[in-house]
Design a protein around this ligand. Structure first.
Ligand code: SAH
Ligand code: SF4
Length: 439
């Protein structure tokens, strides 16, 4: 979300005549786009701000520093008064105000706008993507969240849920396709609750699939509560809608889920997983897990381990619970699981998950996949990397293949995080599908 928001900010600033530079010491203005989801995200921001304060001193004050995003909402007073680290604080719904706020700073005033909006979706702002690979792009389709999970600060920092009109999303997809992008990820805190008054998320996904049959469509993050059969069928029927779904579980225990205000039980969640695998054969799944939430017992933690062992996720984002101000958990519950226990439980689920991933990846050996090439691999320019439809990273020899191409690859080896393969030939979604059917 923050990468995508930065692209919106780029656009607003460049319309106003500003230009991006490569090095902080060349800049007249530096914005830091922040996250409040966990304590350590915020700590990193404080450290960066101290670096910029030093830079400002070096430049004898000739530098404006601004904080954007979720932290702006939360701690504007601390940011502005106590620390005197920044000149400008702008929340996630106020980016259109940036040119005016910068002018205020030039006039010697501190500038703040952290108002949240019920409508703002930046639908008409054309994001400027200065930092991506030219192959895959993020497209924000909704903002805010109404779910109020007990642990989560997002509803407070990003405000109420609202959907961007489908027409403006589809226009953006057209434009991306014309510019040569081969993959888009539709973004929101709660994408499958999307509703612009006319279109459901299933409608939007179908329309998105029709923009360019050779452009892959992914989405993140959905909520387990909103997975109608229709949506799963559309994903399974349209070849360019990727067979990979992120379904955050958070915990495998009913009491913890209830305390978290997640509106499903372990059994309902498992039923959803079964339905997904039935309707979309070969679908891969990932999840988010929190360990050490308020009151979590050893047995409850074991239930998370057993849920993860049962589902066998292809990927998991795992976190130790971090108490956030204003959330229900902070107001009503005690953050009573000692840090050491949280960390130990976290390493237990990570270790189990790494073993599962390796086991699943080993099963990939010998299979053929259509890989969208994203660029050179991290290790070597002689190798390329890209993802399968199922979102697995594959590394293979460059030969004559190039970024942005679809390449058919046979998997030959793996680690818990990456597949290695041999390229067979250049291909396309249509060609690969046709071959799958005849095979
Ligand atoms: N809207 C997304 C989640 C966005 S936050 C969704 O509902 O899936 C991404 C993940 O961060 C969450 O799924 C959760 O696992 C984790 N998270 C959120 N608040 C947290 C907290 N206070 N401590 C630790 N992890 C947290
Ligand atoms: Fe946070 Fe829950 Fe909303 Fe996700 S659905 S952003 S976890 S409140």
């Amino acid at each position: 979300m923050n990468v995508s928001d930065t692209e919106i900010v780029n656009s607003i600033l460049m319309e106003d005549g500003m230009q991006p530079v490569n090095e902080p010491n060349q800049a007249e203005v530096i914005f830091i786009n922040t996250c409040s989801i966990r304590e350590n995200a915020e700590e990193r921001v404080w450290n960066r701000l101290k670096e910029f304060k030093a830079l400002k001193k070096e430049k004898e004050g000739d530098l404006t520093v601004g904080v954007l995003g979720c932290m702006a909402e939360r701690i504007r007073d601390k940011i502005m008064e106590k620390e005197k680290l920044v000149d400008l604080v702008v929340g996630p719904d106020a980016y259109r105000d940036l040119p005016k706020l910068l002018a205020d700073v030039d006039d010697g005033r501190k500038a703040v706008n952290v108002l949240l909006s019920l409508e703002e979706t930046y639908a008409d702002v054309k994001p400027v993507r200065t930092n991506d690979n030219g192959v895959s792009a993020f497209v924000t389709i909704m903002r805010g969240c109404d779910n109020m999970c007990a642990f989560c600060v997002v509803p407070f920092t990003r405000g109420r849920e609202r959907s961007r009109p489908a027409e403006s999303i589809l226009d953006e997809l057209e434009r991306l396709s014309d510019q040569g992008y081969r993959e888009v990820t539709l973004l929101g805190q709660n994408v499958n609750s999307y509703n612009d008054g006319e279109h459901s998320f299933a409608d939007l996904m179908y329309k998105a699939s029709q923009v360019d049959p050779e452009m892959r469509v992914r989405f993140s993050s959905p909520h387990p509560k909103d997975f109608p059969e229709e949506l799963l069928k559309i994903i399974s029927e349209q070849p360019n809608l990727c067979n990979y779904i992120h379904i955050p579980a958070q915990s495998g225990n009913d009491e913890v889920l209830e305390r978290m205000r997640r509106p499903y039980t372990r059994q309902q969640y498992l039923d959803l997983v079964d339905r997904m695998r039935e309707i979309i054969p070969g679908v891969t799944l990932s999840t988010d897990i929190i360990t050490g939430f308020c009151g979590e017992t050893e047995e409850e933690h074991e239930d998370t381990l057993s849920l993860m062992a049962r589902v066998k996720y292809d990927l998991a984002y795992m976190f130790a619970y971090s108490e956030r101000g204003r959330t229900l958990a902070q107001r009503k519950y005690e953050d009573d699981v000692p840090e050491k226990v949280k960390k130990r439980r976290l390493s237990e689920i990570i270790e189990q998950q790494m073993n599962i991933q390796e086991e699943l990846n080993k099963k990939e050996i010998g299979r053929r996949h259509l890989v969208l090439v994203e660029g050179p691999s991290k290790r070597s320019d002689e190798q390329l990397c890209g993802r399968t439809d199922t979102n697995k990273m594959v590394v293979f020899d460059r030969e004559d293949y190039a970024k942005g191409e679809y390449v058919e690859v046979v998997i030959t080896d793996c680690t818990s995080a990456t597949l290695m393969g041999d390229p067979i030939k250049k291909s396309s979604i249509a060609e690969f599908e046709a071959e799958k059917i005849t095979a």
